[in-house]
Design a protein around this ligand. Structure first.
Ligand code: GLV
Ligand code: MN
Ligand code: MN
Length: 412
């Protein structure tokens, strides 16, 4: 019976579209930055859906939300989940798919009247994106004991707001202790956010792990002066230094090759005027690699370059680590299970690493954790054009359903 169980594609797609209307951007895409009014509206909507499916909803002290469906036993649940916050220029699928597909799996179990051995739960975690408050994966990292709650509540966002105050303002500072609920296993369905599955015409990705992430904020202080009268030899130009760092980061990644990537995604200049030499620049550098030693090498090179620039340009440069995650390897048995389930459903499958960070990586050290990828059209994500075909969503959600059933009903 449960082997032939299938999710309802139309129901899942319509829920994705409904949630996508909350925080919708003119011309397409979604903006639900963490802990904003739009995030609150999205949270309220998902909780209403959880309740309509009969789940018991709990909110923890960092605003993570879990909906649980009782099993025959009261052992630790098998959890599915992801996030519903988005970047400023987000799409319908990043994160939202994992949460809504989890709820579709629950709807499917309800329709079939199936009671699993273990409870099953669907969670969405606070601020996975890290665009407003660093680090990313904030809620799941606190949930799984990798970040301290108090320190995290005091994080200041890019707009000067405080995590604690924003959680209170939107009424999502819950009572549950973080990590009070242990998972027997964790499963996350996600869009690939890269080009590989589509390029190779493969339907399902069995994710082997997540590459390491290093986020640095760099603050440069120089001297502001007249753009016309200040000789080039007498400048201490924070804008020039920021540009040098951006070029260095790109060239570093190209020189290192392999899986090294580097991105300068934000630069803020002051006073940001056409005829004034900038005296201040704040920028971010995102470095990632699947190999921890190589990631450390990239960080050391960046650090060395900042020191050299300080001396060459006679400016002051401060750098702060905003996020640092070592590469994560998922449980080989979970990778094999995802792969086997995809094959059993007649789907093509490939093992691959994830280039993006995910809530699942917070769970990986603590319980068997698996991720299922489906194609991203054109490999595009963190972009309003993000798109995944309905048939791919259906395929991924059906693999999620069967892996969930295996873990919820088996002894191990
Ligand atoms: C977060 O999701 C990231 O990979 O940047
Ligand atoms: Mn995501
Ligand atoms: Mn994302």
């Amino acid at each position: 019976m449960s082997k032939s169980l299938k999710i309802d594609r139309q129901r899942l797609i319509s829920k994705i579209e409904e949630l996508g209307k909350i925080g919708a951007l003119e011309g397409g895409g979604v903006c639900r930055l963490a802990l904003t009014d739009e995030d609150k509206a999205g949270r309220d909507w998902v909780i209403a859906r959880m309740k309509s499916l009969g789940l018991t909803v709990r909110i923890d002290q960092i605003g993570n939300v879990t909906g649980t469906r009782a099993g025959k036993s009261d052992e630790a649940p098998v959890m599915m989940g992801s996030h519903i916050d988005t970047v400023r220029t987000g799409g319908y699928y990043d994160g939202n798919l994992g949460v809504l597909a989890g709820l579709e799996v629950i709807a499917c179990l309800n329709d079939a009247g199936i009671v699993t051995q273990r409870p099953v739960a669907v969670a969405f975690f606070t601020n996975e994106e890290g665009s407003r408050f660093a680090p990313d994966m904030m809620g799941s990292m606190v949930h799984q004991g990798h970040l301290d709650l108090e320190t995290t509540l005091n994080v200041v966002g890019i707009d000067g707001s405080l995590v604690r105050e924003e959680l209170e303002r939107i009424a999502y500072r819950g009572e549950d202790p973080c990590g009070g609920m242990r998972a027997h296993a964790f499963l996350e369905l996600h869009v690939e956010q890269g080009p590989i599955l589509e390029k190779e015409g493969i339907e399902i990705g069995a994710v082997e792990g997540v590459q390491g992430i290093s986020w640095t904020e760099v603050r440069i202080s120089g001297v502001s002066n007249h753009a016309g009268t200040t000789p080039m030899s007498m400048r201490h130009d924070a804008g020039y230094c920021a540009a040098k760092i951006a070029v260095f980061a790109r060239e570093l990644a190209l020189r290192m090759g392999g899986n090294q990537v580097a991105t300068v995604g934000a630069i803020d200049l002051k006073p940001n005027l056409i005829n004034v030499i900038p005296n201040h620049a704040v920028m971010t550098v995102d470095l990632r690699n699947t190999d921890e030693a190589l990631l450390q090498e990239a960080e050391a090179e960046l650090h060395h370059f900042l020191q050299k620039l300080t001396a060459d340009e006679q400016v002051s440069i401060e750098s702060t680590t905003l996020a640092r995650f070592e590469p994560v390897v998922f449980d080989p048995e979970m990778v094999a299970l995802v792969e086997a389930e995809a094959k059993a459903q007649g789907l093509t499958v490939k093992r691959l690493p994830s280039g993006a960070g995910h809530d699942a990586q917070a769970f990986a050290p603590n319980c068997p954790t698996g991720m299922i990828f489906v194609q991203s059209a054109g490999g595009i994500s963190h972009n309003v054009k993000e798109y995944t075909k309905p048939e791919d969503i259906e395929a991924g959600a059906n693999v999620l359903l069967q892996v969930l059933l295996k873990k919820a009903d088996s002894e191990d």
